[in-house]
Design a protein around this ligand. Sequence first.
Ligand code: MN
Length: 200
Amino acid sequence: MAITLPELPYKKDILEPHISGRTLAFHYGKHHNAYVTNVNKLLEGTDLADETLENIIKKTANRSDQTGIFNNAAQVWNHAFYWQSMKPGGGGAPSGAAAKKIISDLGSYDMFAQKFKDAALTQFGSGWAWLLMKNGTLEVMKTSNADTPIARGLKPLLTVDVWEHAYYLDYQNRRGDYIDSFVQNLINWDFVNFNLLSAT
Ligand code: MN
């Protein structure tokens, strides 16, 4: 069972002007695609080859002899989750279950936004910022490089990619502007609400 590149859930230019079609063409078509190609190459002939992507990630996490498989598998998963974390006309304050849960666990939408932006901005070098569920409570977390909360059994609800390839064509070194734009204009709260349903 080979790992496949999932369809992008929208047209490449639909997140403009916040993320350009050019960025998505490279980010999805080159970067995400390369992780898929690499992980399939590395899995060939191993006893992990028939496992699901999630199981491959869990089984290779913290294994110093499996970092190649872990890094590429986790990046395949993280990117698929990132595409779904965005939608055109998204961002701003949520509605539904996410709105209530954010207020009860994180204080307010503004406190969530501040925490999430801080995590994304202070991730030194490449990585990801997350909203996730841990023991029934919402938390904001950052991970470096390919690392992913699912390797630790946590339940991600939302992510933003802060590797430079995610924003450099559009924002150059201004990661903060990219993150602000993600929070204000792109967060797919429908996806967060959907993930919340299966998180409790
Ligand atoms: Mn990326």
